[in-house]
Design a protein around this ligand. Structure first.
Ligand code: 3SL
Length: 243
C-alpha cells in the first residue's frame, strides 16, 4: 500500500482520483461524524454549500433530520446543533440523518468525493479505520487533511501520522511512505502521541476555539485515541454511513 498525505484537499494533484482516501478533520468535523455514527445516526450527509444543504434537507422528513454545522467555529443560525462531538448524543441523533456543513472538513470531503473508496477518520476511531485498511489493502491510499481555509493544520497532521504509524506497525512490509508530508506527520506523531490534547491546544485552530469560549470537553473528546470502532464510509456521494 503506497501511503501519501496531503495537508488540504487542494494539495491533491489535479487529475489524481485516489483509489482510497481517508479525510481527517480532528478539530472537529470528522470527530463529530465518528461520534454521530457511533451514537446511531442513520447517516451524515455533508455539504460544502449551505443552500444545497437547506434544499436537500427539506426533502427529508422533518422528524428524522437534524441540521448540524458551524461557520468560524460557531453554530449556524437556525441549525439544530453546532459541530461538537460531545453534542451528538444518542438521544438526539439515533435514527436521524444529519445534514452537515462545516468551514473546512465538509469542503475537503467535497473535493475528494469521487475517490474510489472514501472514509473519514479522527483520533477516536483511528484503529478501526486502520484495521479496515489493512483488510482491504488498497494499492494506493491518500490521507487528506482539512486544514483551515486552505492552510496547514497541526492536528490533522498529527492524526495522519497516527494512522501511518499504526499501519507501519502492523504491516511494515506492505506499507510504503511515498511523500515527505507523511514522513513529517510521522515525526509529529512521535513527538506528541503521549500529549495529544496538548498538541490540539497548541494548534492554531485549537487556539481559535479557546478564544471562542470553553471547549474543554471538545479537546478531551477529540484527543481520545482508539476509543470507538466506527468506520465512516461514503455510501453515495456526500453520504457517510457507519460500516
Ligand atoms: O473547519 C471545520 O470543518 C470545523 O471542524 C471547524 S470547527 O472546529 O467546528 O470550528
Amino acid at each position: 500500500m503506497d501511503l501519501s498525505y496531503f495537508h488540504v484537499a487542494g494539495d491533491v494533484p489535479k487529475g489524481l482520483e485516489p483509489e482510497t482516501a481517508v479525510v481527517i478533520d480532528v478539530l472537529r468535523a470528522t470527530t463529530t461524524i465518528a461520534w454521530a455514527l457511533h451514537n446511531g445516526a442513520e447517516a451524515v450527509e455533508t455539504f460544502a454549500d449551505l443552500e444545497q444543504l437547506k434544499k436537500k434537507s427539506h426533502e427529508w422528513p422533518q422528524d428524522s433530520r437534524l441540521l448540524v454545522g458551524e461557520r468560524g467555529g460557531k453554530r449556524i443560525e437556525g441549525f439544530d446543533l453546532g459541530n461538537s462531538p460531545v453534542d451528538v448524543l444518542p438521544s438526539l441523533v439515533r435514527g436521524k440523518r444529519l445534514f452537515m456543513s462545516t468551514t473546512n472538513g465538509t469542503r475537503s470531503l467535497d473535493v475528494v468525493r469521487n475517490a474510489g473508496t472514501l472514509y473519514t477518520m479522527a483520533l477516536p476511531n483511528r484503529r478501526a479505520v486502520a484495521e479496515r485498511l489493512l483488510c482491504e489493502m488498497p494499492n494506493q491510499l491518500c490521507i487528506i487533511g482539512s486544514g483551515w481555509e486552505g492552510t496547514y493544520s497541526l492536528e490533522d497532521s498529527l492524526a495522519a501520522g497516527a494512522l501511518a504509524a499504526f499501519l507501519l506497525d502492523k504491516a511494515s512490509n506492505s506499507v510504503e511512505i511515498v511523500n515527505d508530508e507523511l514522513t513529517a506527520a510521522l515525526a509529529l506523531w512521535d513527538k506528541w502521541k503521549e500529549d495529544r490534547e496538548g498538541c490540539l491546544r497548541l494548534a492554531s485552530h485549537g487556539r481559535r476555539l479557546i478564544g471562542l469560549g470553553d471547549h474543554d470537553a471538545d479537546f478531551k473528546c477529540c484527543s481520545e485515541l482508539d476509543q470507538i470502532d466506527v468506520v465512516p464510509f461514503q455510501v453515495e456521494v456526500g453520504v457517510l454511513s457507519a460500516s
